[in-house]
Design a protein around this ligand. Structure first.
Ligand SMILES: [Fe+2]
Length: 236
């Protein structure tokens, strides 16, 4: 039962995993400019900024000590004042030739804003074990595989040294998210105790991957073609 649930969560995530998005395919092949990869980071910044707020909100709502502890631990890693993850992200942006201080004020694409708002609705409205599935498995656990795809390309195609400060953000998440990911799965599997909660969790993971995929679509069209939305262009 539990093994089947675990496998279903993984299958739900992998059906539309953002690591397979054309944007990351191009990145892995070294076909994006450094500036385009830095643009991705600006949207990741807007997304993860809210992700951290979701963790804090959930920690304030959930009485179970093990889950609360895990949320604070995860948040503590992210927000460690001496080594903040979002500062590592800015290091990469700066290394790409883009002003690190432009990240906060960068455009908020529609897909990114949708992902932010969808996340808030999830943590407000869904039973917390279901929201945890969306957060930890549907969203967070994807980043590990995304980084595994990108890091070799950063070294092979973009001229960075392994373990260089500039690409630490991506390398660090291979390690950090391996740990976070398995703990996230363990919590979801422990607390989705009924068939109904399990079914809802699987659906939530699928929904999360769809939101993240749309966010990637928007990043692709803006970074490569300057298109902010799908406004039709009429021929004369
Ligand atoms: Fe992080």
């Amino acid at each position: 039962m539990s093994k089947a649930f675990h496998d279903q969560l993984v299958a739900a995530r992998d059906k539309r995993h953002s690591k397979n998005h054309p944007f990351f395919e191009l990145w892995a092949q070294g076909k994006l400019t450094k500036e385009q990869t830095a643009f991705y980071c600006t949207q990741h910044y807007h997304f993860v900024g809210e992700f951290l707020n979701w963790l804090a909100f959930m920690a304030s709502q959930i009485p179970e000590r093990d889950v609360k502890n895990y949320l604070y631990e995860n948040l503590g890693d992210e927000e460690n004042p001496d080594d903040r993850h979002l500062d590592m992200l800015k290091d990469y942006v700066a290394a790409s030739g883009v002003d690190r201080n432009s990240v906060e004020s960068s455009i908020l694409l529609g897909g990114t804003e949708q992902l932010q708002n969808w996340g808030w609705m999830m943590v407000y409205r869904k039973p917390w074990p279901v929201a945890a599935a969306g957060l930890f498995i549907g969203l967070e656990s994807q980043f590990l595989d995304i980084c595994k795809k990108i890091v070799p390309a950063l070294i092979e195609h973009y001229g960075y040294q392994a373990r260089a400060r500039e690409i630490r953000f991506f390398e660090e998440h291979i390690y950090a998210d391996e740990i976070h990911g398995s703990k996230g799965f363990a919590i979801v599997e422990k607390y989705c105790t009924t068939p109904e909660l399990q079914a809802a969790a699987i659906r939530q993971v699928e929904d999360a991957t769809i939101r993240r995929w749309r966010y990637m679509n928007n990043i692709y069209w803006y970074a490569l073609h300057g298109k902010e939305d799908d406004t039709p262009v009429l021929s004369a």
